[in-house]
Design a protein around this ligand. Sequence first.
Ligand code: MG
Length: 124
Amino acid sequence: MALVVDDDAANRDILGRLLERSGWLYDLADNGQAAVDACARTHYDLILLDLFMPGMDGVTCATRIRGLYERADKAPEGSPYTPRIVAVTGSEGPGAEARSLFDAELPKPYSMDELKAILDSCPS
Ligand SMILES: [Mg+2]
């Protein structure tokens, strides 16, 4: 199960369709708080997270999601219960200090092959 987080409806749409084509089930969130709330309810294997959103940005959102797993104490490092979080970025990545929050980066504009490589590296 995947979660697509992006404030831009067109981007959510594209990522959702590509996930669907690869056989993934997914939910959509249009802001960071909605994503954190969704992650408190549902375990996601993969989270595609836009870094630049109004309100809560992607780095803060990833920090909160990681925090949920720490507090729940159910996801030891490397366990299948830790979501794979992919930063979907514009020109700039998450920055060196935030990079450890993310398992991978998908720079926009991305190709289907780049997304496929990320999906293939993630157990669904
Ligand atoms: Mg955005």
